[in-house]
Design a protein around this ligand. Structure first.
Ligand code: NAD
Ligand code: MN
Length: 502
């Protein structure tokens, strides 16, 4: 086991260790795994492989940091200043962070830039939000005083997916440390690099040791172990719905606080009175952004019958113009698929649609990208002639695949939109604001976009209805999910109380 004091190292390098208790450390068994570049299929770096013993040490370090209270009891303006400093260091290394994010995830330059920028703005948002986060004074019947305190929950395990590596790390770390919690972040094994660098930056900015720990390793081993660990007070998880159910069951053994940001199969409703060009452009972005590997991907497209033909002609034509290419080029729209395994999952969904009688209107197979022959690339894929019972309509594919069908009227649009176990997001395209507002009110989803391709900004709540999970991130209310409310009742009368009249 190698150990050295954490300092900010080169962002891009050959070896990434974990950070536990402020120390840069290898795994307890000295093992490493390899992180790959999905665009080229080439190895990128060695990453320390965490064991359960490492998870134990990270929980202990987080507990000590929490109980000694150096961070949680530091003045709120100091915490706020430190978080702004994290943001400013990230800003000063913006291009390096973007490059590393691209190399490890295969996503396009514009996607990575937007996501790294949002990660920075998350820290700035919570640096501001925390100074006004407070309890309340409540009315009491008689000579009593009641006030509430928002106290940090404690040690939080935060487990995140591979699709937005840096942004998800920020969504998790920023609100938790803002209120004074300690965290153990467990990034996805496929994409641990930028989260490790973010943790180093937290230390450089002055977050005390043990407040932000990161362990890198297998979800089924160390992730699962954190979910059941007695020393963990809360699990915040983003990932697949199935994994979320497993985590919730494990967390229940010690009644850990749980927030779950899970999968989606979000509907995209195009009404006949929409600006068709804006709807086409927004719907393309809605599914093909981040190569379709987005929880909020609008992967079920429903178009009103009367404009279906006109819409589809433009939609398919423009989809053909999407550029798959070097992710580091600004002209690339669609990046690589995260892994060969994920590509096979995507392809098997598409094959199942064909077998069930759907039409592949575009794409439907592996893409060849010049210079990237050994990477994992899939064609932007549009599937029509689907029905509501098909696997491709019901299940999250998590790739650049959209299914398209029609609706007659507003009532049917709402019914189809809600015909899913998920409830993460939905988009509505219409110029009729009354209709948009009515439909927004009837859709069971955590985020509704009206004539907007964008869904998430620091300050806007993000999270699911139904099996897309619960709890909201990215907003002021998230701070409450990292605190307990303590109610303090005190008697203020001048005569002693004698409730038994003895
Ligand atoms: P995943 O569930 O496979 O893995 C997520 C994380 O959990 C990883 O760090 C993994 O190592 C870990 N893990 C795996 N098995 C575990 C277990 N049994 N116990 C504890 N941890 C375990 O998800 P993924 O494939 O990395 O990401 C894709 C999924 O994430 C999609 O379903 C997507 O919709 C979802 N997602 C949701 C949001 C949201 O905000 N709702 C955002 C991004 C991604
Ligand atoms: Mn997975």
């Amino acid at each position: 086991m190698s150990t050295s004091k954490t300092e900010i190292k080169a962002v891009k390098r050959d070896l990434y260790d974990m950070i536990i208790g402020g120390q840069s450390v290898g795994g307890s068994e000295g093992e490493y795994f390899v992180a790959y570049n999905p665009a080229t299929g080439e190895p990128l770096a060695k990453v320390a492989k965490a064991t359960k013993a490492d998870a134990d040490r990270a929980v202990e370090a987080a507990r000590i940091a929490f109980e000694t209270g150096k961070w949680k009891r530091s003045p709120v303006n100091k915490r706020s200043r430190t978080m702004n400093k994290i943001a400013s260091i990230m800003r000063s290394r913006f291009n390096e962070l973007v490059e590393l994010e691209i190399l490890n995830s295969g996503k396009s330059l514009s996607a990575a830039q937007g996501q790294v920028m949002q990660a920075i703005e998350d820290f700035e948002f919570y640096a501001g939000a925390i100074v006004s986060h407070r309890g309340a004074v409540n009315p009491m019947p008689g000579p009593f005083m009641n006030y509430t305190l928002k106290e940090p929950l404690g040690v939080c395990a935060q487990i995140i997916p591979w699709n937005y590596p840096m942004m998800m790390a920020a969504w998790k770390i920023a609100p938790a440390i803002a209120v004074g919690c300690s965290v153990i972040l467990k990034p996805a094994s496929l994409t641990p690099l930028t989260a490790i660098v973010m943790t180093e930056i937290c230390h450089e900015a002055g977050v005390p040791e043990g407040v932000v720990n990161i362990i890198t390793g297998d979800g089924a081993t160390v992730g699962s172990y954190l979910a059941e660990h007695e020393g963990v007070d809360k699990v915040a998880f983003t990932g697949e719905t199935g994994t979320g159910k497993d985590i919730m069951a494990k967390a229940s053994q010690t009644l850990k606080r749980v927030t779950l940001e899970l999968g989606g199969k979000s509907p995209n409703l195009v009404f006949d009175d929409s600006d068709i060009d804006a709807a086409v452009d927004g719907s393309l972005f809605g599914i093909f952004y981040n190569t379709g590997q987005s929880c909020e991907a609008r992967s079920r497209l429903y178009v009103q019958e009367s404009v279906y033909e006109a819409f589809m002609e433009k939609f398919v034509e423009k989809a053909k113009r999407l550029v798959l290419g070097n992710p580091l080029d600004s002209g690339t729209h669609v990046g690589a698929i995260i892994s060969e395994r994920q590509l096979e999952v995507i392809d098997s969904y598409v094959k199942s649609a064909e077998a069930e009688g759907a039409t592949i209107a575009l794409g439907g197979g592996r893409a060849k990208v010049d210079g990237f022959e050994n990477g994992h690339w899939y064609l932007p894929t549009i599937i029509t002639d689907v029905n509501e019972d098909m696997k491709v309509v019901k299940e999250e594919i998590f790739g650049p695949v959209v299914v398209v069908s029609t609706f007659k009227d507003e009532k049917e649009a709402v019914k189809l939109a809600n015909n899913t176990d998920f409830g993460l997001a939905a988009a509505i395209w219409t110029k009729d604001h009354a209709k948009a507002t009515r439909v927004a009110g009837m859709i069971q989803a955590g985020t509704i976009m009206i004539n907007s391709p964008f869904s998430a900004f620091p300050g806007t709540p993000f999270g699911g209805y139904k099996q897309s999970g619960f709890g909201r991130e990215l907003c002021i209310e998230t701070l409450d999910l990292y605190t307990e409310t303590k109610s303090v009742v005190s008697y203020t009368g001048s005569r002693p109380l004698n409730p038994f009249n003895l």
